[in-house]
Design a protein around this ligand. Sequence first.
Ligand code: BES
Ligand code: MN
Ligand code: ZN
Length: 501
Amino acid sequence: MNIVKDVKTFETVTTETLIIGVQKHRGQMKNWDAFSVFSGEAVDAWLRTGEISADRKKIMKLPYAGTNKHIKRILFVGLGERKTLTEDELRETFGLVGMQLKSLKASDATIWLESFTTDAIKESDVAFLAAEGTGLGFYTVPNYKTTSNDVDTYFETIHFVTEADIDEVAASFEVGRIYADAVNEARSLVNLPPNMLTATDIADYATALAKQYDFDIEVLDRAQLQELGMGGILSVNLGSTQEPRLITIKYQARDNWEDVIGLVGKGVTYDTGGYSIKTKTGMVGMKGDMGGAAAILGAMKIIGETRPNQNVVAVIGSTDNMISGDAFKPDDVITMYNGKTVEVLNTDAEGRLVLADATTYAKQQGANYLIDVATLTGGVITALGFDKTGALTNNEAFFDSFMEATIETGEFVWRLPLTENDKKRIRKSTVADLNNSPGSDGHMIFAGGFVGEFAEETPWIHLDIAGTSDAQGPHDLGPKGGTGVMVRSIATFIEQLGEEN
Ligand code: BES
Ligand code: MN
Ligand code: ZN
């Protein structure tokens, strides 16, 4: 992708597609008058007759026939009321622009930045949101149709019409691109069929990522996990012919390996439920049960690109949850990596077992703070729907600082309580320290709370993305399928932590 730093005006720009924001109160738009004159007042006339709309998220495409013969077409992007336009809506609007550009097979575009600015949103913000939004909107789910001729390559050249500092604008655009690319990679991991993405494949992907960005990486196989006694991940893996993997990636930003944030991801490449088997319709889609792992790998990609001043350790537990004569069963009692015993009541409550061992390992690797991310429960969907990530925490201040990042990214997170009574139920068993399925009432809390038993005193945030990781249908920022949710929030949070250092 080529970001052209040679600033153009309407008169001098040579472009296939000129992208222009249209706000309700054009009198308040910077330089609208100049544009109006440039367009020979035609645009104002079209606005009056409705050929172009200033309604939010209405996008109109017109061939350009004005004085500058070097503009092929203009994309008019309705922004609505200037006062109420938020960064989230602008990002989504650019998502729709991305979809348009894709369908136009556009290779070149120019954004008039000032047409998208408001009193609160400045040129460099527009550049960032434009890159992020169009990059996300451009995404296509890879398919294996033998007749497929999809193009999923982003347009090649971007120019700006702007009065702002071009270096600053180009740098913001570049970061937005990095964010979108990383989210799209996480989406593709989620979208991969489970026969094409095993635990070994996730480890190979992580290894390539580590090599690209000069991270330390360690990949533990079945024999090594047995040596360590990681009964959680190993029990889930028992029914599988595929090896499990525990993947640890370290990014050391500072001289000392202290003040380390630990990211823990659920990488279940397929969840049949095991002997507590899922229904035939409930099983479809369980290829996405590695969405937490994908979110962390996506965040690590951004970290690799932007190099924030914050130490990070990422631990991903990966296996599938299958059935065979060797598989674990309800009634089994297993011993976890930290020595705690667990009575298995439900083999479909496997994610918490994988996360628990990965959490212990992250602490051992020096994590002083923990965030786990997982497609953990159907319960979070019942509680919050498909558009909100559910959260738990043992440390409100830590959680509040994470919320600031999610407000910036527009990824909605809502915290549920974790009470002493909930913990009692997780600890209720006549044969073991814990049980893995205290009940179906409020079970998002039991699942996350189980992981909390392994975080212990370490400040910890649990993110249940079962509802948000896999979109049920197309949305403004992309198609049905993997969303890459939490990639942007985690990366933004780590960026913010780095700024405090
Ligand atoms: N992977 C599932 C959770 C899930 C559900 C992810 C829907 C994405 C969409 C998890 O392992 C699971 O099976 N959870 C059970 C727990 C129950 C057996 C206690 C659930 O939520 O039903
Ligand atoms: Mn399950
Ligand atoms: Zn699962």
